[in-house]
Design a protein around this ligand. Structure first.
Ligand code: PEP
Ligand code: MN
Length: 328
């Protein structure tokens, strides 16, 4: 249940009165931090709705069975990251290396992403790797290289945080904090990332249902996230022809049914560069607000995920097929 406050209500005294009735409340805040209402938690004492509306300062009450009321409040709203709008009518291209491998290379990639009409530079400094012996990123210095390169080319950045310990370091430098698929249900990490009050790109877990994905976003909103971009990156299938199985049904569901912003990552979905352009087009057709792709100047020497990295030439081809504005 959601309880709205009247415009003149004193939120603290309303909360006190409702708590006295046996309700456990979570306060809803607007962009300026002003309390606009409350979510009534599931373990509250059942109270007659008339007793709730009789409290001075209570506006309306909305009965909802939804498990993700804060996500529901974000439906059909575009996401704004420092002036960059994510919405279906104008798809956003996010591109960059799997892992940031040197300052020179991230500069070269940033320049190509900007020329291709990309608006956000991606790149990993903390990499989740299946083997503990694989390259796992250059950490904090790589974040600085990426920030400088992005600023030179007027790009926003998105990068993954894997550990609660690194949330502050990452959130201080990035525009969008990425929670990777392996951590979609790492609830302690979700809470900490939410508290950073940034835009979060929440990758879908490889075996996560849409409902679990929405609940993970609810954790982010419940702990203060400014906005959430859902990222479909493929779920586990039974066929090894592609790395993962891209779930365009889920993209259409989130976009058209819920009105939530979805980015598709066809690079990790396919695991092979030849499928990235057609899957990107299909993703936008399904309702995605953008695509996130991996690109590298010399994929054969990339420190991770070379086989799925696009060349600069294919990045431009992708951009043209999405009808983005390229700089010739
Ligand atoms: C990534 O985007 O760098 C990444 C590791 O993706 P995922 O969490 O989807 O595997
Ligand atoms: Mn990768």
């Amino acid at each position: 249940m959601l309880i709205n406050l009247t415009s003149t209500a004193d939120a603290n005294s309303v909360k006190k009165a409702l708590t006295g009735l046996g309700l456990w409340l979570e306060t809803l805040l607007d962009q300026d931090g002003t309390a606009t209402g409350f979510i009534v938690k599931g373990h509250s004492t059942p109270v007659d709705p008339e007793k709730i509306t009789a409290v001075d300062g209570v506006g309306h009450i909305f009965k909802t069975e939804s498990q993700h009321p804060k996500v529901d409040l974000k439906c059909h709203k575009s996401v704004d990251v420092g002036g960059l709008q994510f919405r279906p009518a104008a798809p956003t291209l996010i591109a960059g290396p799997c892992s940031i491998d040197s300052e020179e290379r991230i500069e070269s990639i940033a320049s190509q992403v900007a020329r291709a009409g990309g608006k956000v530079l991606r790149g990993g400094a903390y990499k989740p790797r299946t083997s503990p012996y694989s390259f796992s990123g250059f950490g904090a210095p790589a974040l600085q290289w990426m920030r400088r390169a992005a600023d030179r080319h007027q790009l926003r950045i998105v990068t993954e945080v894997m550990s609660e310990h690194d949330v502050k370091t990452v959130a201080d430098i990035t525009d969008i904090v990425q929670v990777g698929s392996r951590n979609m249900q790492n609830f302690a990490l979700l809470r900490q990332v939410g508290e950073a009050k940034k835009c979060v790109m929440l990758k879908r877990g490889r075996s996560a249902t849409v409902s679990e994905w929405l609940m993970a976003a609810e954790y982010l909103y419940a702990s203060g996230a400014d906005s959430v971009l859902f990222c479909e990156r493929g779920i586990r299938g039974f066929d090894n022809e592609t790395r993962n199985l891209i779930d365009l049904g889920a993209v259409a569901l989130l976009s058209h049914h819920y009105g939530l912003p979805v980015i598709v990552d066809p690079s990790h979905a396919a695991g092979r560069r030849d499928l990235v352009v057609p899957l990107s087009k299909a993703s936008i057709a399904a309702g995605a607000v953008g695509v996130m792709v991996e690109v590298h100047p010399d994929p054969s020497t990339a420190l991770s995920d070379g086989p799925q990295a696009l060349s600069y030439e294919t990045l431009r081809h992708l951009s043209k097929s999405l009808e983005l504005e390229c700089i010739e």
